[in-house]
Design a protein around this ligand. Structure first.
Ligand SMILES: [Zn+2]
Ligand SMILES: [Zn+2]
Length: 585
């Protein structure tokens, strides 16, 4: 769509009631001295009005949550498309967000690994094999011969009902016999008690196990796996059933597990997190030397250090313990014997305490087991890390920060994912290796990647998305960033350009983009690439308004709006407007 965004009598902040006509589907640069009113015009007037109209268009229910936005001081704006502002700092402050997650590259990586990743045995490192009808047939023929077998597909397992509809459906699909509660019969003859639980397996074939039946065996197993939702049963007279599941199996150690889904490649999810460190990559161990960090501390000092303050019931317990073990609150730790220390610190051996406490007007007899300082702290920590009560959370944080040493998790080696997920590779690389590459390295990896034809078929779309995002980031000069770099640690210019890359990825059209000095922090050689990005957005049918001082960007604009002449009250006027050849002449 062409035409103009017409702004009439814009008077927000220092703007002097100016009129501007902004051509749509063009690159517009708004320039002028600092404080002349550039962001007041672009962000506080044009973008703000776009936002306000968007909110007004929502249901009253949604508006209640968003609140009403004030109308900017402007007489009218016509021809305004939906507006998106790409600010320097994002609104989301998710501490776990990384370059890869904020650009959706991480999501696509997970899809890639779930779909074409090669799983390896976590015991012996061999590639796992997906059980197929063919490998099941090979196993059966290798180990058996001559018997007659039934090939069945499990349909109903321990469910109440007469299952008439299911049986009808099987019949319509050409099946004739089923095994109902262990008995093979014609489907017509099945009459199940609707109030009881039943098992139903459908009979796919009955045949003799022999090489001459090999093809038929494979075909029937295939049908059974399809009908039984990935499971097939082979029943032989006098022996237990064999169940084959379409899952992964190590050809050497026989270890089996289900194919991993995309969630298994996220350490923020229980499906993917290392079970020992819960996806943190570090484990935490309480260290007595951090609790008793000075040998001269008295037992009383230790109580105060643990609690962060004087705590009566702790002191009472320690007095009672000391009375039995031969120390007082004022005994320095260094004067305690090893035996006394073991009881105090570790609760070894466990000791039962009985003492009296006076609480306001009442007296209580208390009997408690003494567990030891460290076991007590450990219990409070375990409770606190899974509790939503603030008091427990406060304790858990203190214990983690003050009394514990963090060490790299020994199960995942700090890699955060569970071993099965880490054992899946694409082009020989596990997912965490890829996530830690720089954008430049990752882009080489995905350009050079060689896949089989089957893998290409499955993964081409996903690869296209990954490559597009990497290329956009390369094109705006972010080649040096690591994919696992935390978003919080990015500079304003970097995060703005990443968000720009994400926008291009989403390929919106008919949108107004507002950007505030995106060239900040960018090397001169990369400014050309940034301008290319604006042109790309424009070619998709979008209007791009950029606040900018950079000369190259100004010259690249289709239309320039120059505000000034000076800052503050001496600014806010339209100095010049038009194409570069007119304004810059
Ligand atoms: Zn193995
Ligand atoms: Zn771990």
């Amino acid at each position: 769509m062409t035409g103009y965004i017409k702004v009439r009598k814009a008077a927000e902040h220092n703007l002097k009631g100016i009129d501007v006509d902004i051509p749509r589907d063009r690159l517009i640069v708004v320039t002028g001295p600092s404080g002349s009113g550039k962001s007041t015009l672009v962000l506080d007037t044009i973008f703000a009005e776009g936002q306000r109209r968007y909110v007004e268009s929502l249901s009253s229910y949604a508006r209640r949550f968003l609140g009403r936005l004030d109308k900017p001081k402007v007489e009218k704006i016509t021809g305004l498309p939906p507006a998106i502002s790409i600010e320097q700092k994002g609104r989301t402050k998710n501490p776990r967000s990384t370059v890869a997650t904020s650009t959706e590259i991480q999501d696509y990586l997970r899809l890639l690994y779930a779909n074409i990743g090669v799983p390896h045995c976590v015991e012996c490192g061999r590639p796992m094999e997906q059980l197929t009808a063919e490998s099941a047939a090979r196993l059966l023929l290798d180990e058996n011969g001559g018997q007659h077998i039934h090939i069945l597909a499990p349909i109903v397992q321990g469910e109440t009902g007469n299952h008439v509809e299911i049986l009808d459906g099987l019949h319509k699909n050409g099946f004739v016999r089923v095994r109902a509660d262990g008995e093979v019969k014609d489907i017509d003859e099945v009459d199940l008690d609707a109030r009881k639980k039943h098992d139903i397996d459908v009979v796919v074939d009955r045949l003799e196990l022999s090489q001459k039946n090999r093809e038929r065996l494979i075909g029937s197993l295939e049908t059974a796996l399809e009908t039984g939702d990935g499971r097939a049963i082979v029943s032989r007279d006098g022996v237990d059933d064999l169940t084959f599941a379409e899952q992964l199996m190590c050809p050497k150690c026989g270890k089996q597990y289900n194919k991993l889904g995309a969630k298994a490649f996220s350490y923020n999810r229980p499906d993917g997190a290392c079970p020992v460190c819960n996806g943190l990559g570090v484990t935490m161990a309480l260290d007595p030397d951090l609790v008793i960090n000075d040998e001269n501390m008295t037992v009383h000092d230790i109580s105060r250090r643990i609690n962060g303050s004087e705590r009566k019931w702790w002191n009472e317990r320690l007095v009672a313990l000391g009375a039995l073990q031969g120390f007082t609150l004022e005994t320095p730790y260094k004067e305690l014997t090893q035996k006394q220390r073991d009881v105090l610190v570790w609760g070894k051996p466990a000791i039962s305490l009985s003492y009296t406490t006076v609480n306001e007007n009442s007296t209580w007899e208390i009997t408690r087991k003494w567990h030891g300082l460290i076991p007590w702290l450990q219990r409070v920590f375990d409770k606190g890390s899974s509790s939503d009560k603030q008091w427990y959370q406060w304790w858990a944080r203190r214990i983690a920060n003050e009394f514990s040493r963090k060490s790299t998790c020994e199960v995942c080696n700090g890699r955060k994912l569970k071993p099965e997920s880490l054992a899946v590779t694409v082009a020989g690389q596990p997912i965490d290796e890829i996530s830690s590459l720089t954008i430049k390295e990752a882009s080489h990896f995905f350009e050079d990647i060689t896949l089989t034809e089957r893998e290409h078929k499955i993964a081409d779309l996903v690869l296209k998305e990954i490559r597009a995002r990497l290329n956009f980031m390369l094109s705006v000069g972010l080649d040096y960033l690591n994919l696992d770099r935390l978003s919080m640690t990015l500079s304003g210019g970097e995060s703005q350009r990443i968000r720009l890359a994400t926008q291009i990825g989403s390929a919106l059209t008919g949108v107004l983009y507002c950007l505030d000095e995106p060239s900040i922090g960018l090397h001169a050689r990369d400014i050309g690439k940034l301008i290319e990005t604006f042109y790309h957005l424009r070619s998709l049918g979008n209007t791009v308004i950029v606040i900018e001082h950079d000369r190259d960007t100004i010259e690249a604009a289709d239309h320039i709006i120059d505000l000034g002449p000076l800052a503050g009250v001496n600014g806010g006027e339209l100095v010049a407007e038009g194409p570069p050849e007119k304004v810059l002449a």
